[in-house]
Design a protein around this ligand. Structure first.
Ligand code: RAT
Ligand code: ZN
Length: 417
């Protein structure tokens, strides 16, 4: 084993390992090209990402209302974001810089600020080849999609058995099952399951069958739900019964983890659509109670509020059935990624997943991963420097193993448990 004998060599090895390791992106909103318009890609989709639409309305003239904006064709919406966020206000936010990184990495002259020529380049791309190119540039083996069996637009595609490239894996999204039984029951009923708005044993049995059938069809890596900051467990809400009597029994039976993304406060400004959600401080003891009450289930957890991160990290040390992942949504900013990654390494070693992209637009994989890799490399180099100074002498392979662990290896190990 090649030992690294001085401090600069150790640091360099950590940076190289993060730069070169293949990443597994465990939560995205991508779709296979065969699912048509569900897969978003290209410069107009990049510019109209809901993070940027929300930013537009912090600087747009009062004469532009979100309703009027929504009625415009996509390229016109993109023009408005380009004009107000990028040209007039300088593109400094993480979401705006991300567009710049992405276009530059594709070899486009974003510095020239010529949106028309950038659009022409995208118009000449073939989506399948482009997908392969993006995965190559981002350095990913695969990305996990978000597949919602309660949405007809998505289920219709799965029922056609369309091809899915191996770089896209599935996750079964079940928010409405946990949070809105009447809506979930209606959707399941429309697919032939014996459910009704009344939550009862027969309906729950049908719902478990629904999950098992969809799991057999799309072979998900996990079940997933994003939950409000008010989420409590146990509680008198129906969500506790649905977790205890439907979701967790199905997950245990199939040996699938349940991913819980906790802390969103939905639609504080509904006019902004997807951009209208915000963050609230959530209750980490709900995760504690779940891990304890269901020791035979596995939980992948990320939380949205920076305030919850330390408590969650400590909890990650207490339960082998809890795996922390990602710097979610409003935490996916350099300053917070750095803090969270350092905190997690200090409390958990390498038994966590430091990031996921949450990409909604294929091309975003490029910037989300290049920005995150840079920060993760800095933190890992710092930690190896400190470890070397303390007297440990790691080899290159050991450093590479650590990098891979926090960028997908630990997730795979947890799923395989
Ligand atoms: O990050 C996002 O794009 C959010 O809108 C949500 O999709 C969130 O990640 C979720 O999965 O609920
Ligand atoms: Zn998401």
């Amino acid at each position: 084993m090649a030992q690294l004998n001085d401090l600069p060599a150790v640091e360099a090895a950590a940076r190289k390992a993060v730069a070169e390791t293949t990443v597994t992106d465990i939560h995205t909103h991508l779709f296979p090209p065969s699912h048509g318009e569900l897969l978003l890609w290209g410069v107009d989709e990049l510019l109209t990402y809901h993070y940027l639409v929300a930013e537009l309305f912090t600087v747009a003239p009062r004469t532009l209302s979100p309703d009027d904006f929504r009625k415009l064709p996509k390229p016109r919406q993109a023009d408005l974001v380009w004009e107000h966020v990028f040209l007039r206000h300088g593109a400094l936010s993480e979401a705006a810089r991300g567009v710049v990184t992405t276009l530059s990495s594709l070899g486009l002259d974003v510095g020239g600020r010529n949106l028309r020529s950038i659009r022409e380049w995208f118009a000449s791309q073939n989506v399948d080849e482009y997908l392969a190119k993006v995965f190559h540039l981002a350095g990913l083996d695969y990305a996990v999609m978000t597949n919602n069996p309660f949405l007809p637009a998505e289920t219709a595609c799965w029922k056609l058995n369309l091809p899915v490239p191996p770089c896209l894996r599935t996750a079964l999204r079940i928010d409405s099952l946990i949070l809105n039984w009447p809506a979930a029951a209606k959707a399941m009923k429309a697919q032939g399951y014996k459910t009704s708005a009344r939550p009862d044993a027969a309906g729950f049995k049908a719902a478990r069958k629904f999950l098992a059938d969809w799991a057999a069809r799309i072979k998900p890596l996990y079940f997933a739900a994003s939950l409000p900051c008010e989420f409590r467990y146990p509680s008198r809400d129906l969500s506790t019964r649905l977790l205890d009597e439907v979701v967790l029994p199905a997950a245990k039976e199939l040996n699938l983890p349940v991913a819980l993304m906790i802390g969103v406060r939905r639609q504080v400004n509904p006019a902004l659509g997807d951009g209208g959600d915000t963050v609230g401080i959530a209750d980490v003891s709900a995760v504690q109670a779940l891990c304890r009450a269901h020791g035979d289930a596995k939980f992948l957890v990320t939380m949205l509020s920076r305030v919850n991160q330390h408590e969650l990290c400590v909890l990650g040390r207490k339960f082998g059935n809890l795996h922390l992942f990602g710097c979610w949504w409003f935490c996916n900013n350099p300053s917070i990624i750095e803090e969270m990654t350092r905190q997690r390494l200090e409390l958990l070693g390498t038994a966590f997943t430091c990031q996921h992209s949450d990409a909604r637009v294929l091309d975003q994989l490029i910037y989300k991963w290049s920005h995150s890799r840079k920060i993760v490399a800095d933190v890992l180099a710092e930690k190896y420097r400190d470890l070397f100074a303390a007297g440990w002498r790691p080899g290159e392979a050991e450093v590479r193993r650590s990098a891979r662990s926090i960028l997908g290896g630990a997730f795979e190990e947890f799923c395989a448990k």
